[in-house]
Design a protein around this ligand. Structure first.
Ligand code: GTP
Length: 258
C-alpha cells in the first residue's frame, strides 16, 4: 500500500514537473516570439567561445557613451549572460565576440566596449574606425548621459564614416522609479537623428539585450547581402561591357581588312 501511494505521489510529482517544464517552454517561446518579430533572417545567438575561429562574416560594432551608463554590463550580458555586480571602469577598450547563426552562416559581432571616462576620450577615437555600427548608450536615470549624446555623435562622425549606422540605447530600465528620461524622449531623439533603432534595456535583468543584438545582426547581414549583390551586379555589367567591347573591336578589324 505504501508503495502504491508512493507511486501515486511520484506520478503527481512527475506530472507537476512536466507541467512546469511545459510552462517553461511556453514561457521561453513567448520570450522568443518577442525576439522573432524583428528577426527577418532568423538569427539565433550561439554559445561559442570568444576566440572561435570558423565564422563566415565579421562585423565590428562599437559601444560608446558616458561613464557608468552600463556599456560593459550590456556587452557582458549579451556575450556571457553575466551581470558584473561591482563597477570597474573600462580602461581604453575591451573586445568581446558574439556569434549568431543567420541564414545558415555564422556571423561574428566583434563588440568593442570603450571607456566613457572623460580623461580617456581622446584615446578611444582611433577605435571608431571601420565600425559597421555604433551603439550609443545613456542611462535612463542620468539626465547628463542623455545631454552628452550629441557629443558622442559628433566624435563618432568625425572619426568614422558620417553614415555610420547608430542604435540608441537607454539602459538601466530596471531603475524605473529613478527614471529621468521618458521612453518617448529617447525615441524622438533617435528619430530626429535618423538612427536605425532605439531600445530601452536592462543589463541587469537582460531585458531587450538579446533582442537588440538579434536586430543588429539582421541589419548588418541585410547590408552585407545588398553589398554582395551590388558587387556581383557590378562585375557582371563590367564583364558584359568587356564582351561588347571585344565584339566592337572584331567589327572594326573586319572593316580594316576589306
Ligand atoms: P565605463 O567603463 O566607466 O565607461 O562604464 P560603463 O558604461 O561600461 O558602465 P558599467 O557597465 O561598468 O556599469 C556601471 C555601473 O552601472 C555598475 O555598477 C553596474 O553594476 C551598473 N549597471 C550597469 N547596467 C545596469 C542596469 O541595467 N541596471 C542597473 N540597475 N545597474 C546597471
Amino acid at each position: 500500500m505504501k508503495n502504491s501511494e508512493d507511486n501515486i505521489d511520484n506520478d503527481e510529482d512527475n506530472n507537476n514537473i512536466a507541467k512546469e517544464d511545459a510552462n517553461e517552454i511556453s514561457k521561453s517561446e513567448e520570450e522568443n516570439s518577442e525576439i522573432i518579430e524583428d528577426n527577418k533572417y532568423n538569427a539565433e545567438i550561439l554559445s561559442l567561445p570568444n576566440e572561435f575561429p570558423d565564422y563566415h562574416i565579421n562585423f565590428k560594432v562599437i559601444v560608446i557613451g558616458n561613464s557608468s551608463v552600463g556599456k560593459t554590463c550590456i556587452t557582458n550580458q549579451a556575450t556571457k549572460n553575466f551581470f558584473p555586480n561591482n563597477y570597474q571602469a573600462t580602461i581604453g577598450m575591451e573586445i568581446y565576440s558574439l556569434f549568431l547563426k543567420i541564414d545558415k552562416k555564422i556571423i561574428k559581432l566583434q563588440i568593442w566596449d570603450t571607456c566613457g571616462q572623460e580623461i580617456y576620450r581622446s584615446l578611444i577615437t582611433n577605435f571608431y574606425r571601420s565600425s559597421s555600427l555604433a551603439i550609443i548608450v545613456y542611462a535612463i536615470n542620468k539626465r547628463e548621459s542623455f545631454k552628452d549624446l550629441s557629443l558622442w555623435i559628433k566624435e563618432l562622425k568625425l572619426n568614422n564614416s558620417p553614415d555610420t549606422k547608430i542604435i540608441l540605447v537607454g539602459n538601466k530600465l530596471d531603475l524605473e522609479n529613478e527614471r529621468k528620461i521618458e521612453y518617448e524622449e529617447g525615441k524622438q531623439f533617435a528619430d530626429d537623428y535618423g538612427f536605425i533603432d532605439f531600445f530601452e534595456t536592462s543589463a541587469k535583468t537582460g531585458e531587450n539585450i538579446k533582442k537588440m543584438f538579434i536586430k543588429i545582426a539582421n541589419i548588418l547581414y541585410e547590408d552585407h547581402l545588398k553589398y554582395s549583390e551590388e558587387i556581383s551586379y557590378g562585375s557582371k555589367t563590367s564583364s558584359s561591357n568587356n564582351h561588347q567591347l571585344k565584339k566592337k573591336k572584331k567589327v572594326k578589324d573586319k572593316k580594316k581588312c576589306c
